[in-house]
Ligand binder design. Structure first.
Ligand SMILES: NC(=O)c1ccc[n+]([C@@H]2O[C@H](COP(=O)([O-])OP(=O)(O)OC[C@H]3O[C@@H](n4cnc5c(N)ncnc54)[C@H](OP(=O)(O)O)[C@@H]3O)[C@@H](O)[C@H]2O)c1
Length: 472
């Protein structure tokens, strides 16, 4: 039997779909899974693609089934399992083989694994994959970190299986070692912010305007035809329109309001803090999921403080709907500006030279935050260098049109007692960013007063101390 061109370990949701995608693109693929019974079951279910699937029942069999130099994709639970699989692979692989970790790894782990494999003769790639089950099967967005030479060796298969946006591959090499996993982490952080802001707007429609799920669905469907056009808005409209077969109520009304959070959202916030870059909308989205998980405490607090109050609208419902659309758009711009600023800082810190226009391009299809909006971001970063997306000329125009609406919606939420943590953080970030004379002069004075930290004076060089306690 001919040897396979590539191998894959981990036939869970993502791995099995990715393997089928690879086989469909004409590649022979050898597969292995910790629970070995899944291997034969996978081949048996592969239908017409079964001929291209080589089932392996041990690591040794897997290594023997692939033509050297062997590229092997790991699609297992992130963390310790990845280290265990790498250790097991080292025993059966030989020089120039490539281990590709395609799970949602913490990029710090990816950097460590690169360091650990250095000198082993093996090559390592850290690869972010976005798009969930459907993306893995039919075309995900693929973010690759590693040496450029290692990318060249797997480029053709990875671009073949990736999503396409108007014919362009949504897969790219982004930089060395942890670059791919870092970019995927920030992608997910932005995804958290995007989803949270959509949920906050849904909250205004449901609790502020008293609209039912079936009435809200067409609002999102209409927005999906305009500036907010994106996969997340599209599925929001779809989800809101679906009934629960058991109760015949809208399914969203029977789903518990408690969302979990896995690694990547939290990691985005942590890495942003470490790099000293504000990513407040992303942090707010992570915190909102944590608050959502405190269901019992929230119920007790509502009893203690009372519900959000009804606010009389001083505009028409149509005007409020327009404001909501623009508020969501302005919030989204600020959240994406934060995510890209974090990547820009990481790029400098880790020497990656991250190509921001390419990153926005490969996110346009396949991944969860896919949208045409990302094309506008790509265009802006491809133009004259800007420090922040908020300073790109096209975005200045968009933000000028939309931030007054964000302001009105955040004010409406504050007045009514409706939580809007991501939208209000986005607004505060924008207002802080565009204020030439801020208030940290006072903070500098306070710090000098209690800790003799010194301060700078306007228009003068050097460090100064204040005349505190009567001293000059
Ligand atoms: N689901 C998504 O939408 C999505 C999107 C992007 C990225 N990811 C990432 O992709 C990776 C896989 O996710 P998934 O959703 O496919 O997970 P999954 O369906 O739960 O599958 C997990 C896979 O990992 C294997 N595994 C678990 N612990 C292991 C261990 N200690 N040693 C060896 N193998 C082990 C499992 O093998 P057994 O069959 O033996 O249990 C299974 O093949 C994760 O890093 C995830 O974060 C997921």
């Amino acid at each position: 039997m001919a040897q396979a061109e590539i191998g894959l370990i981990g036939l869970g949701t993502m791995g099995s779909n990715l393997a089928l995608n690879i086989a469909e693109k004409g590649h022979r693929i050898a597969v292995f899974n910790r629970t070995v019974s899944r291997v034969d079951a996978f081949k048996a279910d592969a239908g017409q693609l079964a001929d291209r699937i080589v089932p392996c029942h041990s690591m040794e069999e897997l290594a023997a089934a692939i033509r050297p130099p062997r590229p092997i994709i790991l699609m297992v639970v992130a963390g310790k399992p990845v280290d265990e699989q790498i250790a097991a692979l080292r025993a059966v692989l030989s020089a120039n083989d490539i281990i590709i970790d395609a799970g949602n790894a913490d990029f710090n782990d990816t950097r460590r694994r690169f360091a650990e494999l250095e000198g082993s003769g093996l090559t390592f790639i850290g690869m972010g994959v976005s798009g969930g089950e459907e993306g893995a099967r039919h075309g995900p967005s693929i973010m690759v970190g590693g040496t450029e030479q290692s990318w060249k060796r797997v480029e053709s298969v990875l671009t073949a299986i990736s999503a396409k946006y108007e014919g362009e591959d949504c897969a790219a090499w982004l930089g060395t070692d942890g670059a791919g996993h870092f970019v995927k982490t920030i992608h997910n952080g932005i995804e958290y912010a995007d989803m949270q802001m959509i949920a906050e707007i849904y909250g205004v429609l449901r609790d502020g305007l008293g609209m039912k799920a079936k009435e809200i669905a067409p609002v999102f469907a209409k927005w999906n035809k305009g500036r907010l056009n994106s996969y997340l808005i599209e599925i929001t409209a779809e989800v809101l329109a679906v009934d629960d077969p058991k109760t015949r109520k809208p399914i969203v009304d029977v789903i518990l309001d408690r969302a979990g959070q896995k690694g990547t959202g939290k990691w985005s916030a942590i890495e942003a803090q470490k790099l000293g870059i504000p990513a407040t909308a992303i942090e707010a989205a992570v915190a909102a999921r944590v608050i959502s998980s405190l269901k019992g405490e929230r119920e007790a607090a509502e009893k203690a403080y009372g519900k959000a109050r009804k606010v009389k609208l001083d505009t028409s419902q149509a005007a409020l709907l327009k404001d909501l659309e623009l508020a969501l758009f302005a919030g989204k711009i600020a959240a994406y500006a934060q995510g890209f600023a974090v990547m820009d800082a990481a790029s400098r810190t880790f020497g990656w030279n991250l190509p921001l226009p390419t990153i926005s391009k490969i996110w346009r299809a396949g991944g969860i935050i896919r949208s045409q909006f990302l094309g506008q971001i790509a265009d802006s970063f491809a133009g004259d260098k800007v420090d922040n997306l908020l300073m790109a000329p096209a975005f200045i125009e968009m933000m000028k049109k939309s931030h007054p609406s964000l302001r009105r919606i955040v004010a409406f939420c504050a007045e009514a007692g409706l939580p809007a943590p991501a939208l209000s953080s986005a607004l505060a970030y924008f207002d802080g960013y565009r204020q030439a004379r801020g208030t940290s002069n006072l903070i500098q004075a306070q710090r000098d007063f209690f800790g003799a930290h010194g301060f700078e004076r306007i228009g003068e060089q050097g460090a100064f101390h204040g005349p505190w306690g009567g001293e000059g």
